[in-house]
Design a protein around this ligand. Structure first.
Ligand code: RFL
Ligand code: PHB
Length: 390
């Protein structure tokens, strides 16, 4: 079998890339290790920057998002009983974010790929990349006990942090940068009304907490927990009690509680692997980088990578020009590092660091004091939160 671009990984990055390329007449095959049900069962990001919203609309997958997603013009930061509203729209000249779940985006993308007759191979096992530095790379995989080979021009590695693509770049070529944080996020999804119409990020002596949502009847809450904790250690009651302790008092009083329909722990890390390209392989999304979720940047960064990569591939096929492909890694990394910095900063600002006794605590309090009192500091937060330009 032959195609123009093999896309490894059918998460949001891989599916969106496939959809954009298909609309430009470029043939792709998506190879996904898991079943569609499994991919659609994952609960992840919820806050979309304007860049991703525009990309989804341009890829003809924005209709349901525009009907069901909620535009948010601001959010709140809470600290020591004080609350600071960050008015995104006012501070950024009218920019906003959209609250719409990654699960729903992936759903819409699967539907769109099916409607256009795109090829998505689920349950593709042992995906292996070959001849990456030649002009004739190919990919092999197994499905239902049979071996398959796909010849192609390019391979897009969109297979997340644990995927095979990044590992296919020789170690001697890769430079990895990593920071692992000494805590995780315990998150729950519950069929309850969100406690507030906007997100609340809360810094508290007992640890960080976040009140988020998916829609008016579905809430998403997180609390900082120990890296070694496990969801089984937390009954729903214990979660709600701990959340109430960490969020503003009036929010705690009106918090609607109910059974969780999902409960999981995500570790927090910052990670970048450079470069993003090796011969005919191009990495995009979590395959190349991970941010802690505090700044809500993971999915949005995957989207900007897809924007740069799709533009470069379209330029190659339409005008036989590979300049954008050659520049892809450098171009994408510039934006990636800005989101890395912002996610690290917001994580450092809002979490309780076990090692932060004394000096570290005082600096954190002073940073919050500054944020609460300076419009310039709020503007910097708002500008990064809505997303830096592509
Ligand atoms: P994904 O979504 O991980 O998709 C990669 C896909 O590749 C498949 N795969 C393979 N396929 C074939 N062969 C292989 N060898 C393969 N290995 C893996 C996987 O099954 C999967 O379907 O990466 P992508 O597309 O780059 O999208 C990135 C986003 O998913 C990610 O940045 C965000 O979800 C990060 N993230 C969050 N971001 C936020 O902005 N806000 C959040 O609240 C938030 N919560 C999260 C998260 C990531 C999590 N992970 C990765 C554990 C919560 C969790 C639990
Ligand atoms: C979410 O709703 O899952 C969410 C929102 C904002 C974040 C992280 C996660 O910063």
């Amino acid at each position: 079998m032959r195609t123009q671009v093999v896309i490894v990984g059918g998460g949001p990055a891989g599916l969106l890339l496939s959809q954009i390329l298909h609309l430009q007449g470029i043939d792709t095959v998506v190879l996904e290790r898991q079943s569609e049900e499994y991919v659609l069962g994952r609960i992840r990001a919820g806050v979309l920057e304007q860049g991703l919203v525009d990309l989804l609309r341009a890829a003809n997958v924005g209709d349901r998002m525009d009907r069901e997603g909620q535009i948010h013009e601001g959010f709140e930061v809470s600290w020591e009983g004080r609350r600071q509203h960050i008015n995104l729209a006012e501070l950024t000249g009218g920019k906003t974010v959209m609250v719409y779940g990654q699960t729903e985006i992936t759903h819409d993308l699967y539907d769109a790929r099916r409607a256009m007759g795109g090829t998505v191979v689920n349950k593709a096992e042992d995906v292996t990349l070959h001849e990456l530095t030649s002009h004739k790379p190919y990919v092999t995989y197994r499905k239902d006990g049979k071996s398959h080979r796909i010849d192609c021009d390019f391979i897009a590695g969109c297979d997340g942090f644990h995927g095979v693509s990044r590992q296919s770049i020789p170690k001697s070529v890769r430079q990895e940068y990593e920071r692992v944080y000494p805590f995780g996020w315990l998150g729950i999804l519950s069929k309850t009304s969100p406690v507030s119409s906007e997100l609340i990020y809360s810094q508290h002596e007992r640890g960080f907490a976040l009140c988020s949502m998916r829609n008016p009847k579905l809430s998403r809450y997180y609390i900082q927990c120990s890296s070694s904790d496990s969801p089984e250690n937390w009954s729903d009651e214990a979660f709600w009690e701990e959340l109430k302790r960490r969020i503003p008092e009036d929010a705690a009083q009106k918090l609607e509680v109910g059974p969780s329909i999902e409960k999981s722990i995500a570790p927090l890390r910052s990670f970048v692997s450079e470069p993003l390209s090796y011969g005919r392989l191009f990495l995009a999304g979590d395959a190349a980088h991970i941010v802690p979720p505090t700044g809500a940047k993971g999915l949005n960064l995957a989207a900007s990578d897809v924007h740069y990569l799709s533009t470069a591939l379209i330029e190659f096929y339409k005008n036989s020009d590979d300049a954008l492909l050659s520049a892809y890694s450098e171009t994408a990394l510039k934006r990636i590092w800005k989101a890395m910095r912002f996610s690290w900063w917001m994580t450092t600002l809002l979490h309780k660091f076990p090692e932060n006794k004394g000096f570290g605590d005082r600096i954190q309090q002073t940073e919050l004091e500054y944020l609460f009192s300076s419009r310039a500091a709020q503007t910097a937060l708002a500008e990064n939160y809505v997303g830096l330009p592509y």
